[in-house]
Design a protein around this ligand. Structure first.
Ligand code: 13P
Length: 256
């Protein structure tokens, strides 16, 4: 099994207008200059997916330095689902990834692991890499239920056709998202180790899946978090909005 290539993905959430594309270009220029070993992705709001993909393609550095992704997709390829976006539409707009099952969607839109699993399968159908998010709430952690919750989410959210090539797992403790709080490295290692064990038990390629950590990853804590066993990269929210903040995080994992 080849070594897992680090992956650093920015999730812009509901932030970004056309003017923000300059940040993506700035990041692409930094990446082109230092050729990180890591794969880099940016997931802007759906309104910017095509524009960002084009901006990165048009830049002198080429499209492959940073790939673009969506933040959610519908399970169906088309139909009467006002306001939803199909994985095929993201693919046509230039996306390579789609995030599914982010805790903000699980909480704000009542998404269950069963729904997330259908969305991940839709991503695969469309030729996208699904970035499947899992993570416990603070109440669940305090109750000692972290591993049980995360394992149930992993089992429920990954479709049977998941492979190391078409699926990435992101562990994002809900209480660490946007709070400035992060788990200890021992807590991260424990959960990532458990996820790896589960992947190995279910999938032939379990050793090859990349497992990202997300939740208040910042320039000043990235090196420590990225050095933890079975942490193959990061899913970054707030600190991905500015190239000047995101680049040091890329450098923490991607320039070795
Ligand atoms: P923050 O990096 O802003 O905590 O967000 C993490 C996240 O939810 C990425 O998907």
């Amino acid at each position: 099994m080849a070594a897992r290539r680090p992956l650093i993905v920015g999730n812009w959430k509901m932030n970004g207008l056309t003017a923000s594309l300059g940040e993506a270009r700035a990041l692409a220029e930094k990446a082109a200059a230092s050729r990180p070993v890591a794969e880099l992705g940016l997931c802007p709001p759906a309104t910017l997916v095509a524009a960002m993909a084009n901006a990165l393609k048009d830049s002198a550095v080429g499209a492959d330095v940073i790939k673009v992704g969506g933040q959610d997709c519908h399970a169906r390829a088309s139909g009467a689902h006002t306001g939803d976006i199909a994985a095929e539409m993201l693919k046509e707009a230039g996306a390579a990834y789609v995030i599914v099952g982010h805790s903000e969607r699980r909480a704000d839109h009542g998404e269950t692991s069963e729904m997330v699993r259908a969305k991940a399968a839709a991503a695969h159908r469309a030729g996208l890499i699904a970035i499947v998010c899992v993570g416990e709430t603070l109440a669940e952690r305090d109750a000692g239920a972290t591993l049980k919750v995360v394992t149930a989410q992993i089992r429920g959210s990954l479709p049977d056709d998941a492979t190391a090539a078409n699926t990435v797992v992101a562990y994002e403790p809900v209480w660490a998202i946007g709070t400035g709080r992060t788990p200890t490295t021992a807590q991260v290692a424990e959960v990532h180790g458990e996820i790896r064990k589960d992947l190995l038990a279910r999938f032939d390629e379990g050793a090859g899946f990349r497992i990202l950590y997300g939740g208040s990853v910042k320039p000043d804590n990235a090196a420590e978090l990225m050095a933890v066993a079975d942490v193959d990269g990061a899913l970054v929210g707030g600190a991905s909005l500015k190239a000047a903040d995101f680049w040091p995080i890329v450098a923490a994992k991607g320039l070795q």
